[in-house]
Design a protein around this ligand. Structure first.
Ligand code: PEP
Ligand code: MG
Length: 793
């Protein structure tokens, strides 16, 4: 007796090797349900129809030959794609369910309902093709999904429509292009209890950073309502980033970034159950979809799933509006970064960019100049001009053929996990998503430059700018005794340097992070009542909305900004220098004018250490200290070293160290190291006294040259005389290294000189410097020069 084929199979009995039986998507759901539940991964229960059930459906309705005939007619050009697709789908929809299959589906459906004590339980009905989720991610999402299906007749109908969707026009053409035999692909239907995400939230997450491929960060997107809007890019979701290595420690909150998305719409169920988009309320738009503990919970799940599969993963999640339980509703391998060539590092720079036209979220790190082609709807795809910059509202799988022919992609809506972002990344194109109104601001045939080169913010600027590309091989880099580190200031681009073999960060200038992440003067946040400009007050109120207090805004934004710089090379040291704006620059921060004196010579004025213990800035410095304490404590980045700039005397150093200790940053406590900049001749002349007070020095050649030679570092007229290799300057450097080493203190170098001229590193190696810190673009060159100097010794 031959055994009758299994038509329906419960997810608890499916695992990832069952792709031939239930397709990639359902095999993955089954794998998680059957093996990851004990580890705390919740996937809504359900069942899948098998590939055999699909074939039995075709056979019992004698559809195979008819389908083959239509496909043959299409291949021979006797009918077009649209007609062939329509005919085949009609044939499938017109079939009858074989009694055994219908019975098997309904028996499982009733049993599923019983688990929640509900007849006609609402379910999600999803298609899973047996050749789906191949390396090419643009194949995903080809077939239909039906949400909130309730009742036996409706379920059978939805299953049939999933079957028909194996022959959507785009699925047929995709198989043709990829060379898949149509009759070798079967469709399995997954039926799962609905998560009430319509009243909750949902989104997508990746277990690595999608842009840089940094393996230690989870990226989560979240929106209100059902998840389809996030996947399609119809909504601008919240975005969160979490540092994975700290997730095992329940005391830490390693959330590297939280970006509030516009979330103007949400998908809910209509009265008759069909999904539909409605506008969100103001309160919903202003709130993060996920709490911090939910962000960490999801990130932990991402890590468990990634560990289980042994590779980076791309997942969908949903939160039930009633129970607030978080579910994973899909998991598949990440396909772009995990296949990227790790041997080279390409960086792009836009020369003389024109005025900024638009900003959005950058995808990738490339830049391109080209001509705009605006396509408002998929019907106009034929109008697309080959090789131009595709500007559109959102994209879906129908758009892939023109996306492949675009130079860059710019969209009004969508986050980093939207269809447009995923396909662009896969195609290696620069894309800027979620620009808001690109389709209105730009116009056809306009010349623009699209740049993702500056970090997370993508910029469209006017005109065709020249773009330079540098490509460095990371394969054969020398190993050096002198440590080479990075000078970093842009948190949004920090993660992309993870592949450079850096020994850490030698200089992270806090003032740059305040400028980009905080924008408000810390004293204005500590004393908003003293801000006289009503416009500044209004803007400060707007920016700090949703935070517990104004000082809390500063501490939160600054610590998170710095955390990305601290994360990419953890546990290597990251030296964060306390703020070193000049008074005129502090005054330019929002609300800053009321707190800063006018100075004729800000460069040698109220800057650096002298501010930190002064009544004029003490409260602002307290906030800087709190941000560092949070970064090292609550967030877990104990690799962060603090550095004091522009410290004129040892007595001043004592005062600053005392103020720091008051704010929880006591040198030596919890491993805290404190460095001092060596950038004033007094730092060299009294090196021993400074060395006794600090863990090390970092030489700032910009100020040290300025103050040794008496040349304004910003003067064009004197630029030729401003030489860091002047004997007087070299004497200063050599002397401080010698004096510091006598008492066992370390000396690094973080001025601009070796970044501008990599051969300068050879002087420093000759003097016995311990570390040299340079900008990322010159890192490889400097490393080579250091190696050369070391072997010449
Ligand atoms: C320097 O002075 O060399 C230095 C690194 O500090 P800044 O350029 O920020 O003054
Ligand atoms: Mg300096």
């Amino acid at each position: 007796m031959t055994q009758s084929p299994q038509l329906v199979i419960d997810f608890t009995k499916v695992n990832r090797s069952d792709v031939n039986i239930v397709g990639g998507k359902n095999a993955s759901l089954g794998e998680m349900i059957s093996t990851l539940a004990p580890k705390g991964i919740l996937v809504p229960p359900g069942f899948a129809t098998t590939a055999d059930a699909f074939r039995a459906y075709l056979t019992s309705n004698t559809l195979e030959d008819a389908i083959a005939d239509h496909l043959a007619a299409l291949a021979a050009g006797r009918i077009d794609l649209h007609a062939a697709g329509q005919k085949i789908r009609a044939l499938i929809l017109g079939g009858d369910w074989p009694a055994a299959t219908a019975e098997a589906i309904l028996t499982h459906y009733r049993a599923l309902g019983q688990t929640v004590k509900q007849t006609d339980a609402p379910v999600a009905v999803r298609s899973s093709a047996t050749a789906e989720d191949l390396p090419d991610a643009s194949f995903a999402g080809q077939q239909e999904t039906f949400l909130n299906v309730s009742g036996e007749a409706a379920l059978l109908d939805a299953c049939k429509r999933c079957y028909a969707s194996l022959y959507t026009d785009r699925a047929i053409s995709y198989r043709q292009i990829q060379g898949f035999a149509h009759d070798q692909v079967a469709l399995s239907v997954g039926v799962q209890l609905m998560v009430r995400a319509d009243t909750g939230g949902s989104g997508v997450m990746f277990s690595i950073d999608t842009e840089s491929g940094f393996p230690d960060a989870v990226l989560i997107n979240a929106a209100w309502g059902l998840g389809e809007n996030v996947v399609q890019g119809a909504v601008d979701p919240d975005e969160y980033q979490v540092f994975k290595p700290f997730l095992n420690n329940p005391k830490l909150t390693p959330i590297l970034a939280k970006r509030l998305g516009a979330k103007t719409i949400k998908m809910i169920h209509d009265r008759d159950g069909t999904p539909r988009n409605v506008p969100t309320s103001r309160a919903e738009r202003q709130r993060f979809v996920l709490s911090d503990s939910e962000i960490l919970d999801l990130a932990r799940q991402a890590k468990i799933i990634e560990d289980h599969y042994g590779q980076p993963m791309d997942m969908e999640w949903a939160r039930d509006g009633g129970t607030r339980i978080l579910y994973i509703v899909q998991a598949r391998p990440e396909t772009v970064q995990s296949r990227a060539d790790l041997g080279t590092l390409k960086s792009y720079a836009v020369q003389k960019p024109g005025p900024v036209l638009l900003k959005g979220l950058s995808v990738g790190s490339a830049a391109v100049a080209g001509r705009v082609s605006i396509i408002e709807s998929a019907d106009d795809i034929a109008r697309f001009v080959e090789g131009s910059v595709l500007v559109t509202s959102t994209t879906d799988p129908d758009w892939v053929p023109i996306m492949k022919r675009a130079a860059a992609i710019v969209t009004d809506h969508g986050g980093r996990t939207s269809h447009a972002a995923i396909v662009s990344r896969e195609l290696g194109l620069p894309a800027i998503v979620g620009c808001g109104n690109a389709t209105h601001i730009l116009h056809d045939e306009q010349d623009v430059t699209v740049s993702c080169a500056n970090g997370e913010e993508g910029i469209v600027s006017e005109g065709l700018s020249e773009i330079t590309v540098t490509e460095e091989s990371l394969k054969i880099l020398p190993h050096t005794h002198t440590k080479v580190m990075l000078n970093l200031a842009n948190p949004s681009a920090a993660l992309r340097w993870w592949r450079l073999p850096t020994e850490g960060v030698g200089l992270a200038r806090m003032e740059f992070v305040i400028n980009s992440e905080v924008r408000i003067h810390p004293m204005a946040l500590a004393h908003i009542d003293q801000v006289s400009d009503p416009k500044a007050v209004a803007e400060i109120e707007r920016l700090t909305e949703g935070y517990d207090s104004k000082p809390a805004y500063f501490v939160d934004r600054l610590s998170r900004g710095l955390s990305r710089i601290a994360a990419f090379c953890y546990p290597k040291p990251v030296i964060v220098r306390m703020s070193d704006f000049k008074t005129n620059e502090y005054a330019d921060l929002l609300g800053g004018h009321d707190f800063e004196p006018h100075e004729e010579n800000p460069m040698i004025g109220f800057r650096g250490a002298s501010r930190y213990y002064s009544d004029r800035y003490r409260d602002g410095f307290a906030l800087e200290c709190q941000a560092i304490a949070r970064l090292r404590g609550q967030m877990g980045f104990d690799n962060v070293v603090v550095m004091i700039p522009f410290c004129r005397t040892p007595e001043e150093a004592d005062k600053v160290l005392a103020v720091m200790a008051e704010h929880g940053l006591k040198r030596g406590q919890n491993g805290l190291q404190v460095y001092v900049m060596c950038e004033i001749p007094s730092n060299v002349l009294r090196a021993k006294e400074f060395a006794e007070r600090f863990d090390g020095f970092s030489i700032g050649s910009n100020d040290l040259t300025q103050l040794t030679l008496g040349i304004d570092r910003d003067s064009d007229a004197l630029a030729a005389l401003f030489r860091e290799d002047d004997p007087a300057v070299l004497w200063m450097i050599e002397t401080v290294i010698r004096e510091a080493h006598k008492v066992g203190s370390k000396v690094g170098f973080c001025g601009q000189a070796p970044s501008n001229d990599p051969t300068y590193a050879q002087h420093l190696v000759g003097f016995g410097i311990d570390t040299i810190s340079v900008t990322p673009d010159s890192f490889v060159q400097v490393l080579r020069n250091v190696a050369k100097a070391e072997t010449a010794d």
